[in-house]
Ligand binder design. Structure first.
Ligand code: PMP
Length: 411
């Protein structure tokens, strides 16, 4: 008898299953608004020009090879990456309070955080926004951590439930872990404004909570790296004398490294009094992170890391990368406007301004699960049942078609 005869069959992953259904759909016109991956105006994946140049430089290098990286990854990546996130003038960098290691993209960085918490503070509750990226729950719960949620999205007003959010921060057990989306909140596309961030972070400081910033869309959201790092930098400033801050950084979207799995895990220590040997603390943290990586990956993947490091450390390519992010973000913003304008001109019932007010890859459209189902069945327009649409899947050739399809299912 097989050990596995009674194994439970799990449902397919909701998001990746969309791709599967779409690929077997034989209708001539189909639209993929499911997975969060950038597409150009022809609906094709886009290799950033800065990345193409970086790849050429890497392959021309006489020392080009496929050797293993060290356990902590490529130093030129982690050092370049932390500057992008924290800014050149970051006090935490000047004061040398940051530990950075390479991770298996953003998911790997989150998993590393979960692994770290399991070892050192496994009883803490991990607070996730309601709603959040579906994988957040899975990543923390798989490691045996308990998750809770904080209110975020007010469905009626399609805006931030700030009161509920602040109340959850105040009533959570002191010292809980709060996972915050650094920018371009997934799935809602709704970020707190600067004033709201200050209130949220102040409440967090008062309750001694630990912040984990999930930074998966820096520069991709607005086209401006500094603007998209506002929350992270304010958080570091406000928590500098009290608590460590963890940042999980992905280059999947902003460098288009999706499948190459390039990312970093950063832990920023607070300022400590002279009796603490910060160098020793940093070395200890690093050794623990190394142990996690060694047992799970041995060492992180090299190719994407080399590409990102080349882009970050070559001034010409960095400049090109900044332009590439503007190309991506402005095309998405344009699509938001075209979709909203088409819905308005079709006189589709409801207010569609939230589509242009939201930021990043996604729009939380407000379409019901039933409408989403009809979009797929009757119009071959695919999105997740929550009504989240990846705006990157729209282009000048299909946006009108999608607006008409939405109009049809809403009416
Ligand atoms: N966090 C959020 C909020 C995301 O949306 C994503 C990507 N969908 C990630 C993390 C991680 O992505 P990756 O592992 O591809 O870097």
């Amino acid at each position: 008898k097989s050990l596995f005869n009674n194994l439970q069959l799990l449902p397919p992953d909701a998001l990746f299953n969309i791709k599967q259904r779409l690929s077997t759909d034989s209708r001539p016109v189909k639209v993929d608004l499911g997975i969060g991956a950038y597409r150009d105006d022809n609906g094709k994946p886009w290799v950033l020009p800065s990345v193409r140049e970086a790849e050429k430089l890497i392959q021309q290098d006489p020392d080009y090879n496929h050797e293993y990286l060290g356990i902590a990854g490529l130093t030129s990546l982690t050092q370049g990456a932390v500057k992008v996130l924290l800014g050149q003038d970051s006090p935490a960098l000047k004061e040398d309070r940051v530990v950075s290691v390479q991770s298996l993209s953003g998911t790997g960085a989150l998993h590393m955080a979960a692994s770290f918490f399991t070892k050192f503070c496994k009883d803490k509750l991990v607070y996730l926004s309601d709603p959040t990226w579906a994988n957040h729950n899975a990543i923390f719960e798989t490691m045996g951590l308990k998750t809770a949620s904080y209110p975020y999205w007010n469905a009626a007003s399609k805006s931030l439930d700030l009161e509920g959010y602040l109340n959850a921060i105040k009533t959570a057990p002191q010292g809980s872990i709060f996972v915050l989306h650094a920018c371009a909140h997934n799935p809602t596309g709704l970020d707190p404004n600067e004033e709201q961030w200050a209130k949220i972070l102040k409440a967090i400081v008062e309750q001694d909570h630990i912040v984990l910033f999930d930074s998966a869309y820096q520069g991709f959201a607005s086209g401006d790296l500094n603007k998209d790092a506002f929350a992270v930098r304010l958080g570091l400033e406000m928590l500098a004398d009290s608590a460590p801050v963890i940042i999980c950084q992905s280059f999947a979207k902003n460098v288009g490294m999706y499948g190459e799995r390039a990312g970093c895990f950063h832990l920023v220590l607070p300022r400590q009094d002279a009796s603490v040997d910060t160098e020793h603390v940093k070395a200890s943290v690093k050794s623990q992170l190394a142990k996690i990586t060694r047992s799970e990956l041995s060492n992180p993947p090299a190719y994407g890391a080399k590409i990102v490091a080349t882009v970050l450390n070559n001034p010409e390519l960095t400049k090109q990368w900044h332009a590439d992010m503007v190309t991506m973000s402005s095309r998405i913003i344009k699509m938001r406007h075209q979709l909203r304008d088409s819905l308005v001109s079709l006189k589709t019932p409801g207010n569609w301004d939230h589509i242009v007010g939201q930021t990043g890859m996604f729009s939380y459209t407000g379409l019901s699960a039933e409408m989403v189902q009809r979009l797929e069945k009757e119009h071959a327009v695919y999105l997740v049942s929550s009504g989240r649409a990846s705006i990157a899947g729209l282009n000048s050739g299909n946006v009108e078609y999608v607006a008409k399809a939405i109009n049809e299912v809403v009416n």
